[in-house]
Design a protein around this ligand. Sequence first.
Ligand code: NAP
Length: 338
Amino acid sequence: MSSETMKAVRIHAFGGPEVLRYEDAPKPVVKPGEVLVRVHAAGINPPDWYLREGYRALPPEWRPQVAFPIILGTDISGVIEAVADDVTDFSVGDAVYSMVRFFSVGESRAYAEYVTVPASQVAPKPAGIDHVQAAAAPMSLLTAWQFMVALGHDEPNPLQPNRHAPVPLDGKTVLVNGAAGGVGHFAVQVAKLKGARVIAVASGRHEALLRELGADVFIDYNQTPPEEAARDIDLVVDALGGPTSARFLAVLKRGGALFPVFPLGFSGADEAERRGITVSATQVRSSGAQLADVGALLDAGTIRVIIDSTYPLADARKAHERAARGHIQGKIVLTVNA
Ligand SMILES: NC(=O)c1ccc[n+]([C@@H]2O[C@H](COP(=O)([O-])OP(=O)(O)OC[C@H]3O[C@@H](n4cnc5c(N)ncnc54)[C@H](OP(=O)(O)O)[C@@H]3O)[C@@H](O)[C@H]2O)c1
């Protein structure tokens, strides 16, 4: 392979996992403000398959226009191979992790041997975890953090006119739905870390793990509908979201809050107002500064990263097929240059 090409997973058209092609692509070159990272692992996230499918769930006028081919993916861990002249915070050889250029559709390009990243979106890789675990964390953990602890950015919110605001967690009861998935397993740990009593909702096979991660109460949604089993909750983080989120309004206290992580299709605005409940969402945004903050918690093992499965970069298609089967426990990660 010449020094100007690399292996990457690209799509040339929208579609199912079969459109993912492992092939040669131009090796990116750093621009001012950027670093070039040799990728060791790339985490996968729902926006990867939403983009692969052409964001079919969005109204046609919202669907992104992209110039094919594009390289999917946002989350990486690796080692810096080059830095632009104006970058002073990082050096060649530094191990780093990042959520790359989110939300900038088609510009993230993480499923590859190399990716360029704005230095402001990079943080030192937590030394206490490996590249697979570090690549698994960025989007899911930043989502939990920006919903629950600190929004940490002033980007416009495409999901609602008002700025999302986290709520106090200390001494509160927090229910996390979809608790075993990427966002959910971090939301459970963040709520616990911030002093909440945590109720985790997931399918039964995740109970032991979620209790280990700090859940005080576990509800198997296949046995008991959570809206019947819980009451007087201060905050519901619905990491499943969508049209079924409104059922959680019934479990919340007056003055409580519902954070649907996937808010499209939410239909309970009138009921929420009647019940005195705040419903709020945000869209996660890249932040090297926040990755440095949460990196200290990952490094210390205060927040753990759970790996569902790993696949070599060349098998990205299999990784997306695994994701489509659902019931993910933690994160799916692609290994690169392993
Ligand atoms: N707002 C943002 O910026 C943002 C950022 C990241 C993700 N998201 C959205 O957040 C959602 C979750 O993302 P993710 O990465 O955490 O997905 P994920 O890893 O696929 O996790 C989803 C979890 O939901 C569980 N689940 C499925 N059906 C359920 C049900 N009926 N009740 C309770 N749990 C159920 C699944 O396992 P079990 O069924 O086995 O329990 C799985 O663990 C996605 O819709 C994603 O698009 C939004």
